[in-house]
Design a protein around this ligand. Structure first.
Ligand code: PEP
Ligand code: MN
Length: 357
């Protein structure tokens, strides 16, 4: 159920409607939109009786949401969700494409700083790097843990990059929430429902990667888990699914992007690094992702990929990342998006007024 408030409904009327919903034993999720606020109702096992709610002052109508996901749906919020980061130009979901770049894992201070310096200079606004790595083999490098998080925090201080890093369980989520700007939930945890609920209680945005065999509906339901706990800052990320193809590690499903955008107001990014697993395919698929309308990219970059402790084969060199940025900058313009160019940053503002959304 969804309570649509009138466009001129007051704060007081919205609060009263929420209180009414909670007094009925449900949870109320007020989601402000450009025209009006809608209040999602969750926690109901059976149909909510709309009668009393419909009569309340400021209420326009009470509508049934037929889809299994409610808060992620465009029914509750027509316009795109834009996630902003206080004190910076960085955003995810607006006209400016969000570029998240960095190594698969933080391996040591020198490596992380060397990559951060290059991706920052090329125009990325976000730095990625795992401090906790979900590895197929228990004998593979598992990440630096909290020491890695400290390095990431230093990188934010030094370069002003926002930090995206993965939490693999409840314990690491507590730590990641403390150090990072965006909490990543990986493909292997997309249906770890208790972790999703914990992420839903976090005070930071959550980047949710699509499970390796997840359908669109399963993906959106995973996002719904996070939102149902009250965290509405969710970013989706397509990272490829398992198919019979053996020319790539996964099959990057770019058709998911317009499919998600039809159904949901949440931003959707593309990770062509895990999506292809091959260095030489990362730039072509990045171009395609921007052309198809993705809200941004997540790219693995390493200063010495041959010696990387994880995912070296799919990590691109910093020089290749420079080229990638140059190319997507041009493609972005065709689809009315914008990629910041630090080379021009000192001439006036780095973001044109129209792109500040
Ligand atoms: C990652 O981003 O480093 C990662 C492990 O990705 P995924 O969860 O998509 O495999
Ligand atoms: Mn990786």
């Amino acid at each position: 159920m969804l309570v649509v408030m009138k466009s001129h409904a007051t704060e007081e009327q919205i609060r009263e409607a929420c209180q009414k919903i909670e007094s009925m034993g449900y949870r109320a999720h007020p989601i402000p939109g450009a025209q009006r606020t809608a209040i999602g109702i969750t926690g109901n096992q059976t149909e909510v009786e709309p009668g009393t709610l419909e009569e309340m002052p400021g209420v326009q109508e009470v509508i049934r949401v037929s889809k299994p996901y409610k808060l992620v749906s465009r029914d509750i919020k027509e316009e795109n969700t834009v996630i902003t980061f206080a004190g910076t130009d960085a955003s995810i979901g607006g006209r400016t494409l969000a570029v998240i770049a960095g190594p698969c894992a933080v391996e040591n201070r020198e490596q992380a700083f060397a990559v951060a310096e290059r991706v920052h200079a090329a125009g990325a606004q976000f730095f990625r790097g795992g401090a906790y790595k979900p590895r197929t083999s228990p004998y593979s490098f598992q990440g630096m843990g909290e020491d890695g998080l400290r390095i990431l925090a230093e990188i934010r201080d030094r370069f002003g990059l926002r930090i995206v890093t993965e939490a693999v369980d409840h314990e690491t989520l507590d730590l990641v929430e403390r150090y990072a700007d965006v909490i990543q939930i990986g493909a292997r945890n997309m249906q770890n429902f208790s972790l999703l609920k914990r992420a839903g209680r976090a005070k930071k945005p959550v980047l949710l990667k699509r499970g390796m065999s997840a359908t669109l509906e399963e993906f959106l339901m995973a996002a719904e888990y996070i939102m149902s706990e009250g965290n509405y800052q969710v970013i989706l990320c397509e990272r490829g699914v398992r198919t019979f193809a053996d020319h790539t590690r996964n099959t990057l499903d770019l058709s998911l992007i317009p499919a998600v955008q039809r159904l949901s107001h949440l931003p959707i990014l593309v990770d062509p690094s895990h999506g292809t697993g091959k260095r030489n395919k990362v730039t072509p698929l990045s171009r395609a992702a921007v052309a198809v309308g993705a809200d941004g990219l997540m790219i693995e970059v390493h200063n010495n990929p041959d010696r990387a402790l994880s995912d070296g084969i799919q990590s691109i060199y910093p020089d290749q990342f420079d080229d990638l940025m140059r190319q997507i900058r041009q493609i972005a313009a065709v689809v009315d998006r914008y990629v910041p160019n630090p080379a021009q940053a000192n001439q006036q503002s780095s973001v044109p007024a129209a792109a500040r959304s």
